[in-house]
Design a protein around this ligand. Structure first.
Ligand SMILES: *[C@@H]1O[C@H](CO)[C@@H](O)[C@H](O)[C@H]1NC(C)=O
Ligand SMILES: *[C@@H]1O[C@H](CO)[C@@H](O)[C@H](O)[C@H]1NC(C)=O
Ligand SMILES: *[C@@H]1O[C@H](CO)[C@@H](O)[C@H](O)[C@H]1NC(C)=O
Ligand SMILES: *[C@@H]1O[C@H](CO)[C@@H](O)[C@H](O)[C@H]1NC(C)=O
Ligand SMILES: *[C@@H]1O[C@H](CO)[C@@H](O)[C@H](O)[C@H]1NC(C)=O
Ligand SMILES: *[C@@H]1O[C@H](CO)[C@@H](O)[C@H](O)[C@H]1NC(C)=O
Ligand SMILES: *[C@@H]1O[C@H](CO)[C@@H](O)[C@H](O)[C@H]1NC(C)=O
Ligand SMILES: *[C@@H]1O[C@H](CO)[C@@H](O)[C@H](O)[C@H]1NC(C)=O
Ligand SMILES: *[C@@H]1O[C@H](CO)[C@@H](O)[C@H](O)[C@H]1NC(C)=O
Ligand SMILES: *[C@@H]1O[C@H](CO)[C@@H](O)[C@H](O)[C@H]1NC(C)=O
Ligand SMILES: *[C@@H]1O[C@H](CO)[C@@H](O)[C@H](O)[C@H]1NC(C)=O
Ligand SMILES: [Cu+2]
Length: 330
């Protein structure tokens, strides 16, 4: 293209060429820090004619959208204003040496207690696409969740044809008319399964098919519907009664069939480096390090003279940094 333009140096061609050349120059990294504030607060929400107080981020249900580019740093200040202890997990984000910010309660951090603050701080490395964040303690994720959109680096196109129009992320969820913390604590006490939800939701809404959404009579209540509406100049016609026929809720084979069609990009630029043939059966053992038992103390590691220990990398640039000062304590 450039040589064609050079061979026919019209004025327009020259302008086009310099324009193109600008884009062909290597882009600076331009990674930035993006700051978000998550106030954990109660909000009264009504669904299926039931109003209840739920735990939310910034009073929103579902919660706010996080948008970043690959390579950016996310700095998310979480302030807990509710009686519940909470932690937030960034689902699918690879935490490379930033495990203190992964978020599962009692795994990488103690939960953030009432009136406490924790600042999650990590860089998005080598991944792009739409993920989500959610509370990661007890069942608070029932209402505390939202999308994370990771755009490619500036100047790098999408790894697929750019759509004509982008719509906000679609989040599937479930709605319970009763308090979800009561549902899980009852299940933990009885040892049975937790109660099933009262509705499935799209972006927090049960849609027009459920009772109280509007009067539509009986329907397959394992179905949730949403309406995608064009803005002017289009006018939405009267809605047809939409009753899709779907596989049974317990049709595991069908679900497996569907999920096994989901594939990574596996392009030369974004390869999926997985072995494609099994040519050897391997027997795996997992090793754990040990530390010597402190003097005059009894330990429960091998020989009663050692303590099991995990290694966190041999070289300084492989080691997990020490926990941040504001890492919540139990
Ligand atoms: C929720 O509703 C209750 C009862 O009406 C009210 O006392 C409370 O202030 C409301 N909470 C919020 C966050 O609006
Ligand atoms: C985030 O982490 C980086 C790297 O450790 C550090 O330089 C920066 O000060 C941190 N920012 C905040 C707001 O904690
Ligand atoms: C769970 O369902 C049972 C049976 O319908 C009901 O008695 C119970 O109150 C429900 N538990 C909660 C926490 O909503
Ligand atoms: C659907 O309705 C049945 C029968 O009324 C009920 O047992 C079940 O819990 C409902 N499921 C959902 C997801 O609403
Ligand atoms: C909707 O309400 C009707 C009448 O009260 C009831 O028969 C039906 O089972 C309800 N459907 C759902 C999905 O809850
Ligand atoms: C699903 O449940 C129905 C009854 O609830 C049962 O008849 C059917 O065999 C189940 N299907 C599978 C695939 O488990
Ligand atoms: C799985 O999907 C294929 C192709 O869509 C279809 O032919 C097959 O019947 C499906 N199997 C099941 C168990 O649903
Ligand atoms: C270990 O115990 C012995 C005897 O009780 C004592 O003399 C010695 O000082 C202790 N050593 C340490 C390191 O505490
Ligand atoms: C435990 O003791 C045995 C026998 O004395 C020894 O061979 C082995 O190395 C010891 N293991 C550890 C982890 O100290
Ligand atoms: C370790 O100590 C326990 C109890 O203190 C004892 O039962 C066990 O035999 C000891 N094991 C070894 C290898 O010394
Ligand atoms: C929150 O965590 C603290 C420390 O573990 C605990 O004492 C407290 O009971 C917890 N609060 C709730 C509401 O679970
Ligand atoms: Cu998750």
């Amino acid at each position: 293209m450039a040589s064609y333009l050079l061979a026919s140096p019209t004025f327009l061609g020259a302008i086009l060429f310099s324009f193109l050349a600008l884009f062909l120059l290597p882009q600076p990294a331009l990674a930035i820090s993006r700051h978000y504030k998550f106030n954990i607060e109660l909000q009264n929400v009504t669904r299926l004619c039931h109003t209840k107080s739920i735990v939310t981020v910034n009073g929103k249900f579902p919660g706010p959208r996080i948008v970043a580019r690959e390579g950016d740093r996310l700095i998310i200040k979480v302030v807990n204003h509710v009686p519940n202890n909470i932690s937030i997990h960034w689902h699918g984000i690879r935490q490379l040496r930033s495990g203190w910010f992964d978020g599962p309660g009692y795994i990488t951090q103690c939960p953030i207690q009432t009136n406490q603050i924790y600042v999650y701080n990590y860089t998005i490395v080598g991944q792009r696409g739409t993920l989500f964040w959610h509370a990661h303690i007890s069942w608070l994720r029932a209402t505390v969740y939202g999308p994370i959109v990771i755009l490619p680096k500036l100047g790098v196109p999408y790894p697929f044809t750019k759509p004509d129009k982008e719509i906000p992320p679609i989040l599937f969820g479930e709605w319970f008319n009763t308090d979800t913390e009561a549902v899980i604590s009852q299940a933990l006490q009885t040892g049975g399964g937790p109660n099933v939800s009262d509705a499935y939701t799209i972006n927090g809404l049960p849609g027009p098919l459920y009772n109280c959404s509007s009067d539509k009579g009986t329907f397959d209540n394992t179905t949730v519907a949403g309406i995608l509406q064009y803005k002017s100049p289009f006018k939405t016609p009267a809605l047809p009664q939409f009753k899709p026929s779907l596989p049974a809720l317990n049709d595991t084979a069908f679900a497996f069939n569907f999920t096994s069609t989901l594939r990574s990009l596996a392009s030369p630029q974004y390869p999926a480096n997985v072995p494609q043939t099994v040519d050897k059966n391997l027997f795996f053992t997992i090793g754990l390090g040990t530390n010597p038992c402190p003097k005059n103390q009894t330990c429960q590691g091998p020989n009663n003279s050692t303590k099991f220990a995990a290694s966190d990398g041999r070289l300084p640039n492989q080691k997990l940094p020490p926990p941040p000062a504001d890492l919540p304590k139990c």
